[in-house]
Design a protein around this ligand. Structure first.
Ligand code: TMP
Length: 236
């Protein structure tokens, strides 16, 4: 499958058309940004790792009955995916208090939540991706009730399957962000699932093994991404 016209360049990926109108190629870059692009940098081989980790996790989820846009890995940095129309809602699932939830609620990081929390964010860089609720999504026609309810149910299922998969590899799934897209009327899991989009802590030491190492200048960023790749993609 050959790369066609460049359709879109985001902060971490470039999307290319292919000769099949139903398929795109995602090219994973090493560029890293945080705080809506205010902090810029690069993480050596991040693109290779995020492609590989995402491919492995999408395959694993498919085996558990959760479909995604993933078709196959084409190269180190390229993934072939179904061409979806991305829903402008980011779905965040939280199992432990961390990040913006800790800030918003004035709580310290690391406490296990008694129940899983699902949050929605409006995908709009100019507005800094504000948090919204289901009513906003419906009233402002960002998605239909069926679309957001399907996305929420899928996100909760992903949380169950992924938490268990990662725990077997000594990783706590603290929280994560998912994106969904419409593919001929079907809401499919899309984008990527990797250390950029999840908070992943070592089960025993609680060491951060994700993009917070970059966001918070904690050092050993590349080592953390490699460690996640080794645990997720390596055999048990
Ligand atoms: P938050 O605590 O900063 O709201 O982040 C929640 C989760 O979402 C965390 O796992 C990181 C992920 N995330 C993204 O993937 N992209 C983003 O732009 C942000 C802000 C968070």
């Amino acid at each position: 499958m050959e790369r066609g016209e460049k359709l879109y360049e985001g902060k971490a990926k470039i999307i290319y058309a292919t000769d099949d109108p139903d398929k795109n190629i995602l090219y994973f870059k090493d560029d890293a940004t945080a705080f809506n692009g205010a902090k810029k940098g690069s993480i050596l081989d991040k693109g290779v790792i995020n492609n590989k980790v995402s491919a492995k996790l999408f395959q694993m989820l498919a085996e558990k009955g959760i479909e995604s846009h993933f078709i196959e890995m084409l190269s180190d940095r390229e993934m072939l995916a179904k061409k979806v129309d991305i829903m402008l809602v980011e779905v965040v699932v939280r199992n432990y208090i961390a990040g913006s939830l800790a800030k918003r609620m004035g709580r310290s990081e690391g406490e296990k939540l008694p129940e899983t929390i699902v949050e929605y964010y409006y995908k709009d860089d100019a507005l800094n991706d504000p948090m919204i609720n289901r009513d906003h999504i419906l009233v402002f026609n960002i998605a239909t009730a069926e679309q957001i309810d399907t996305a929420r149910a899928t996100a909760l299922k992903v949380n169950q399957v992924l938490s268990a998969y990662l725990l077997e590899r000594d990783i706590l799934l603290v929280d994560f962000k998912l994106e969904f897209g419409n593919y001929h009327g079907q809401m499919l899991l899309a984008d990527e699932i990797c250390p950029d989009t999840c908070r992943l802590w070592d089960r025993h030491t609680l060491e951060k093994l994700d993009k917070d190492r970059f966001r918070r200048e904690l050092g050993n960023v590349e080592e953390a991404y490699l460690e996640v790749c080794r645990r997720v993609c390596g055999d048990l």
